[in-house]
Design a protein around this ligand. Structure first.
Ligand code: PLP
Length: 378
């Protein structure tokens, strides 16, 4: 069997081990330390807009802290884009709050502004104004930021921006992760950069960041003894993981360029295939890091399904994956309210994510092209 081609695998830049080595030499193995501060500085400079970044143990932890800092409590309602990874929605339940799921729109596959406003109006009418909106930049594609922010501001509901997949993406030349009351990043193993596991909360102010770090380090009051007046969490990033992150930041833009080249490769490969749509930026205001390239197959035109393509790739040891199954269709969330039509559901039924790693080689692309061309008889 030929070597496995992964959907998206870690891609080290070269300097990561040096930062870890420095941590070992100074015995900064414990959480916190110079790599954590350095990684946070790197992210702040990259994102611009005077944001304050707190490096955390995961993107999920960042989402959880965002909801806590917004005062979300048991019984509150929180709106969440349905088409996403479950980690966007799980923290709502950690708080005992109720997720209200909203459909996608076809341009960006992200939260539909019309369905969002319908949901807000209906929840307010039912006497339960949502406490927050979680919108996601899926696969690196910015959601319709202006439209979503206009609605969030109109109803005075804070926006939590799940940019876990979108580090390096921009909307109107402003970085994803900097639009919401809070932004969330992830550095899990398969994301655009990795710290082997980690995340960050993007804050609008120093005070907000300090509060997040306080909660993420067990909520210790200022006292020599261990004094606590709030429930805390162990959510901080370790100095070792942050060392990997510093090395990864040096190659982030180069790796985004490579992901975008993978996207261009698929455009070229599939441009003449009727019935295949490649997920693309709606216009030049949207700039995607193209973390994953996804396609949608029109079964009526092609007489073939996304599943059949996935199995054809798998037979050659090439990984591909269905799109995120919408949360309102998940057994664990199906009892909660949903607003929208079947946009997300149809995408899930007909879409496929293709190998998109920044570390794929020419021979990998040749193998991928062979399977895909054969599948579509081109
Ligand atoms: C990966 C991901 C998360 C969670 O990040 P972790 O660091 O894995 O906890 C949240 N939301 C989305 C959309 C993701 O893709």
């Amino acid at each position: 069997m030929e070597q496995k081609i992964w959907l998206s695998s870690p891609h080290m830049g070269g300097k990561e081990q040096q930062y870890i080595q420095e941590a070992f030499e100074a015995n900064w193995i414990a959480p916190l330390g110079p790599n954590v501060t350095g990684f946070e500085d790197d992210l702040q400079q990259y994102l611009k807009d005077n944001v304050e970044v707190a490096a955390l143990s995961s993107g999920t932890a960042a989402l959880h802290l965002a909801l806590i800092l917004l005062g979300v409590q048991a019984g509150d309602e929180v709106i969440c884009q349905s088409m996403t990874f479950s980690a966007s929605a799980n923290p709502i339940r950690y708080q005992g709050a109720i997720p209200v799921f909203v459909d996608s729109e076809p341009d960006t596959w992200n939260i539909c502004p019309i369905a969002l406003e319908n949901a807000i109006v209906d929840r307010i009418r039912k006497g339960n104004k949502p406490k927050a909106i979680i919108a996601v930049h899926l696969y690196g594609m910015p959601f319709k930021v202006d439209e979503v922010l206009t609605i969030a501001n109109k109803y005075e509901i804070p926006l939590v921006e799940d940019a876990a997949e979108a580090l390096g993406s921009t909307y109107k030349e402003k970085a994803c992760g900097t639009f919401g009351t809070f932004g969330v990043l992830s550095f899990n193993g398969n994301k655009i950069i990795t710290t082997s596991g980690g995340g960050a909360l993007v804050n609008a102010s120093k005070e907000q960041k300090e509060k997040a770090v306080f909660l993420a380090t067990q909520a210790r009051d200022t006292a020599a003894h261990y004094q606590h007046s709030e429930i805390g969490y162990n959510y901080r990033m370790s100095n070792i993981c942050a060392g990997i992150g510093r090395g990864q930041m040096e190659v982030l833009d180069a790796h985004i360029a490579l992901r975008r080249e993978m996207n261009a490769f698929y455009h070229k490969l599939l441009s003449n295939v009727k019935g295949v749509t490649i997920f693309a930026e709606p216009n030049e205001e949207f700039y995607s890091n193209h973390w994953l390239t996804a396609i949608v197959l029109d079964e009526k035109v092609l007489g073939k399904t996304a599943k059949a393509l996935r199995l054809a790739l798998e037979a050659k040891n090439i990984e591909s994956r269905p799109l995120w199954k919408p949360m309102h269709l998940q057994p664990v969330f199906e009892e909660y309210p949903y607003y929208g039509e079947k946009v997300a559901e149809n995408l899930f039924n007909s879409g496929l994510c293709l190998p998109s790693g920044s570390n794929l080689r020419d021979e990998d692309r040749t193998r991928i092209a062979e399977v895909i061309s054969h599948f579509f008889n081109t």
